[in-house]
Design a protein around this ligand. Structure first.
Ligand SMILES: Nc1ncnc2c1ncn2[C@@H]1O[C@H](COP(=O)(O)OP(=O)(O)OP(=O)(O)O)[C@@H](O)[C@H]1O
Ligand SMILES: [Mg+2]
Length: 238
C-alpha cells in the first residue's frame, strides 16, 4: 500500500534522513521507533508532502507516485496524519471538531465508515464532553479527539506521530487501548511512531527502528520483543 524507496530528507542543506525504505502492506499495523531526533517525524512529514523538508527518492501510495505532491492532495487520497503536536480546534465544540474531520474526506469509500457512534464508543468521554470546547480537554483527551477526528475522514492509511508522548501512564494506556480498538474494528493500515512501545509492538505486524536518520532495524516485532539487549541497544530501554 505504501512503498518508500531510498528517501533522503533535507532541511535546507542539512540531511536528516538517508536512504529510507519502508514497505507497508495493506491492513498492517507497523511501528517506526527511534530516539529523539532520529528522523521519524521527518519521514511522516515527507509522506504528507509538507514543506519543509525537501525530499529525494520515491514515495508510492497504492502504486501512485505521491512524492512531494501537495499535502491536501495526499490527504484526499486517503492518508490521515495525526501530528505530534495534536492540533485540535480549541474554540469550537468537540462535536464540531469531529464534524470537521468528516468533511475533509467525504468522497472516500470504505467497507465500514467510521461514525460519530464509533468515536463515542471508542472514547465515551468524547460523548460526555461533546458540547464542551476543545480547549476544555486535557492533553490525553485532545490526543483521543485528534485520532477520532482523523478517523472521521476514513483514511485508508493512518499515521500516528507519538500518540502517547507527554501523557501520564494511565492516560497513555487509554490512548493505546483506543488505537488497538480502532485497529480491531476497522483494520485501517496504521503506522505508529513512538520512541518505543512494548504494548503496541505486541500487536504489530512489522517494525522499523531509526537512528540518526537511518533505518537500523527492520523485521518482525517478535525479534525486537524477545531481544532485550537489542531493545536496550537500539532505544535505551528494556
Ligand atoms: N524544521 C526543521 N528545520 C531544521 N531541522 C529540523 C527541522 N525539523 C527537524 N529538524 C531536524 O531533523 C532531525 C530529525 O528530526 P525529527 O523531528 O524528524 O526527529 P524525530 O525522530 O521525530 O524526533 P522526536 O522523537 O524528538 O520527535 C533532527 O536533527 C532535527 O533537529
Ligand atoms: Mg518527532
Amino acid at each position: 500500500m505504501l512503498k518508500i524507496e531510498n528517501l533522503d530528507v533535507f532541511y535546507g542543506q542539512a540531511q536528516v534522513a538517508f536512504k529510507i525504505s519502508l514497505h507497508i502492506k495493506r491492513g498492517h499495523f507497523v511501528g517506526l521507533f527511534g530516539r529523539n531526533g532520529s528522523g521519524k517525524s521527518s519521514v511522516f512529514r515527507s509522506i504528507m508532502g509538507l514543506k519543509p523538508p525537501r525530499v529525494e527518492g520515491r514515495i508510492l501510495f497504492n502504486d501512485t507516485d505521491i512524492t512531494a505532491k501537495p499535502s491536501f492532495t495526499i490527504s484526499k487520497m486517503g492518508i490521515g496524519w495525526v501530528p505530534e503536536d495534536r492540533k485540535i480546534f480549541p474554540n469550537i465544540t468537540i462535536k464540531r471538531n469531529l464534524q470537521l474531520g468528516e468533511k475533509s474526506n467525504k468522497a472516500l469509500k470504505s467497507d465500514r465508515l467510521f461514525s460519530y457512534a464509533d468515536a463515542y464508543r471508542f472514547f465515551p468521554k468524547l460523548y460526555e464532553m461533546r458540547d464542551k470546547l476543545g480547549s476544555q480537554m486535557s492533553g490525553g483527551e485532545q490526543q483521543m479527539l485528534t485520532i477520532a477526528r482523523t478517523m472521521m475522514g476514513n483514511p485508508s492509511l493512518l499515521l500516528l506521530d507519538e500518540p502517547t508522548e507527554g501523557l501520564a501512564p494511565n492516560i497513555a494506556r487509554d490512548v493505546m487501548k483506543m488505537i488497538l480498538e480502532i485497529r480491531k474494528n476497522f483494520n485501517t493500515t496504521t503506522i505508529v511512531v513512538e520512541q518505543f512501545s512494548e504494548t503496541l509492538l505486541k500487536h504489530m505486524d512489522y517494525c522499523y527502528v531509526m537512528e540518526m536518520g537511518e533505518i537500523i532495524f527492520t523485521g518482525e516485532p517478535r525479534l525486537l520483543l524477545d531481544d532485550e539487549g537489542l531493545q536496550r541497544r537500539l532505544l535505551g530501554v528494556g
